[in-house]
Design a protein around this ligand. Structure first.
Ligand SMILES: Cc1cc2nc3c(=O)[nH]c(=O)nc-3n(C[C@H](O)[C@H](O)[C@H](O)COP(=O)(O)OP(=O)(O)OC[C@H]3O[C@@H](n4cnc5c(N)ncnc54)[C@H](O)[C@@H]3O)c2cc1C
Length: 583
């Protein structure tokens, strides 16, 4: 199938939002409330964006349960958990604005858990000093997503679930829209806009085991931004959750909640040994996420795992009724997905890529990027989490900075005198799609090449990394890149999925390269980044790493927290995390 004449649809709007997850929708709501025309697009159904997976909760120092809590303490906890790589300016804005974000959600109708007297309930979550996590059962993300979709609909926000964005349109370092295609019909989309908000998620699906589902978090945001001229930051900093399912293959990585260990689940290797006795004899399975992830990884890597490459998480010693009452979602998940009754049979688990702490570089206050008129927000942006994300902070990041970028984009749009629409840039974007559709003669298709990336990232850039492994990973990535030049992309009568997979693959290639190159450059062990050849933290590397496609990673100094927060950081001792959920 060759394309000589293109079926192209043109649309113009004041602000284009790419992404219909929590971050994109909150931005769109802000724009609509300000009376600014906005179009919000996504590549999958808005009621099923990745955000719906979020379970545990959303943070704000409301003090409903612990009145001594404060925004400053929230900021201090976040900076500490981030191993001092978070941007203190981003953290302070987040902590200050978080209570307002919860207020917004409640005013839109979000049903969070409440105490009998009507106060919002707040619980402990990870390394927070106080109870500051609001929740809606273990469906917090779903409730927030539902609330935001409803609010955006009420406000008349135009939302489209079928637009795949392939390129940002830029002229003289100023964004003027985006190019893409309709995922069902293949009709090309030229969307002209004064300003663009990128809210297209992270890149954790480029590992073989990932808590993201198929075709989400494939690194699209990172590619779109990097090719438009933005810098990426700290791409090597990726959080691995200790326990993801390992089979069936198409569900590999699906999260097994830490509540399983909280309820008394025991980890064993293939030899039946309770190996946490060696890694953390006191806290055993209730040790911190990074320690358990490293322990599971080490057992598997050193040959003590199961034949399928996992370790066993066993709750069969617990009362069946208790399991059904306390872990109903896990019980259902294993029955539905793996036909396995966890009350009788141990679960096979392994570490799974869970969250992208790195992403698109943004200015702290505005979340503007290196390209004028272009903003980034949510999991695709960076600055808040440093080398380790504090549980519950990402949802609130979407809501706080979603509002802020909405306001910024509105102001940018209103301030524009002239907007240049560069026909050459549009033609280049169109030719990129034409070129992919015209490729013939190779033996490769996008899906197996995606798998090749996921395999090499898991092998060479997983929980533990080394110079040799990372270099091998880069060599193998180069081979995959070569093969994509001749791969065949064949949309058919059922739709343009194959073209979607090809562009997902292009996103993954950029995200993988950035991650490998930054992981190589960070010659230390810090937070979620473990280097077997550099097992210590290096004070000289208390910096952020900035990445561009055509230059070696550069270093950026981390700012100083305000004096009040610095004092809390100095005063804070070690927290006892026993029994706390960390997702
Ligand atoms: C199992 C699990 C549990 C979690 N629990 C919590 C928790 O308890 N608390 C917490 O704070 N966080 C939690 N998180 C993290 C949190 O869910 C995410 O960080 C957050 O939802 C990201 O939202 P987002 O809006 O940035 O992106 P997403 O929700 O990922 O949305 C991205 C959007 O971009 C669109 N998109 C992507 N590429 C393109 C393209 N090329 N063209 C067009 N559209 C595109 C997608 O269709 C989608 O609409 C959890 C994550 C997981 C996986």
């Amino acid at each position: 199938m060759t394309h000589t004449t293109r079926n192209e649809r043109r649309t113009a709007t004041n602000v284009l939002v790419i992404g219909t997850g929590a971050a994109g929708l909150r931005a769109a709501i802000e724009l609509a409330e300000r009376g600014v025309q906005v179009l919000c697009v996504g590549k999958r159904r808005r009621d099923d964006a990745h955000t719906v997976l979020a379970a545990g909760g959303i943070n704000a120092a409301l003090g409903t349960m612990d009145p001594e809590d404060s925004a400053e303490q929230h900021a201090a906890d976040t900076i500490k958990e981030a191993y001092h790589l978070a941007d203190p300016a981003v953290v302070e804005i987040l902590a200050r604005e978080a209570p307002g974000a919860i207020e917004d959600l409640v005013s839109y109708g979000a049903q969070f858990a409440r105490e009998p007297d009507g106060r919002l309930s707040q619980r402990y979550f990870g390394a927070h000093k106080y109870r500051r996590t609001c929740f809606a059962g273990d469906y917090t993300g779903r409730e927030i997503q539902r609330t935001l979709v409803r609010r955006a609909t009420e406000l008349g926000v135009e939302m489209r679930d079928d637009v795949y964005v392939t390129r940002l349109l830029v002229h003289a370092n100023r964004v003027f829209g985006a190019y893409g295609f309709d995922v069902d019909s293949g009709v090309r989309q030229v969307i002209l806009a004064d300003s663009v908000i990128l809210a297209a998620g992270g890149h954790t699906r480029i590992w073989r085991r990932s808590s993201s589902r198929r075709d989400e978090n494939t690194g699209d945001a990172m590619r779109l931004a990097a090719e438009a001229g933005c810098r990426l930051r700290d791409m090597e900093l990726v959080q691995f959750h200790p326990t993801g399912m390992i089979s069936p293959e198409d569900a590999a990585g699906t999260l097994v909640t830490e509540a399983v260990r909280g309820e008394g689940g025991i980890l064993r290797n293939a030899g039946g040994e309770r190996f946490m006795e060696r890694y953390d004899p006191e806290r055993l399975e209730l040790s911190t996420r990074d320690v358990v992830a490293l322990a599971n990884y080490t057992e598997i890597a050193e040959g003590r795992g199961t034949p399928a490459g996992g370790v066993l998480l066993d709750i069969t010693h617990l009362d069946r009724e208790l399991i059904l009452e306390r872990l109903p979602r896990m019980y259902r998940q294993f029955v539905d997905v793996a036909m396995l009754d966890i009350t009788h049979t141990p679960m096979e688990v392994a570490p799974t890529a869970h969250y992208s702490m790195g992403g698109v570089w943004v200015d702290a206050a505005s979340h503007g990027t290196d390209v004028e008129g272009l903003y980034a927000v949510g999991e695709c942006a960076t600055g808040l989490h440093g080398a380790n994300r504090l549980g519950g902070n990402s949802l609130v990041e979407c809501i706080v900075f979603g509002r802020i970028v909405g306001a910024q984009a509105a102001e940018w749009s209103a301030s524009l005198d002239v907007q240049v629409r560069d026909r050459r840039a549009i033609a280049d974007a169109a030719e990129e799609v034409d070129g992919l559709l015209a490729q013939r003669g190779g033996r490769d298709f996008p899906r197996p090449l995606q798998r090749a990336i996921r395999d090499l990232m898991s092998r060479h850039c997983g929980v533990v990394r080394s110079e040799t492994g990372l270099r091998e990973g880069l060599e193998q990535l180069e081979e995959v890149e070569q093969r994509t030049r001749t791969m065949e992309v064949r949309p058919d009568i059922a739709g343009y999925d194959d073209l979607v997979h090809a562009f997902d693959l292009k996103g993954s290639l950029v995200a993988a390269r950035a991650t490998l190159e930054c992981a190589l450059e960070r010659r230390e062990t810090r937070g979620a980044h473990n280097r077997s050849d550099f097992p210590q933290r290096d004070p000289a590397l208390e910096v952020n790493l900035l990445w561009r496609p055509d230059a070696p990673p550069a270093r950026e100094r981390v700012g100083e927290p305000s004096p009040a927060i610095a004092a809390l950081l100095r005063a804070g001792g070690e927290l006892d995390l026993t029994g706390r959920l960390l997702e």
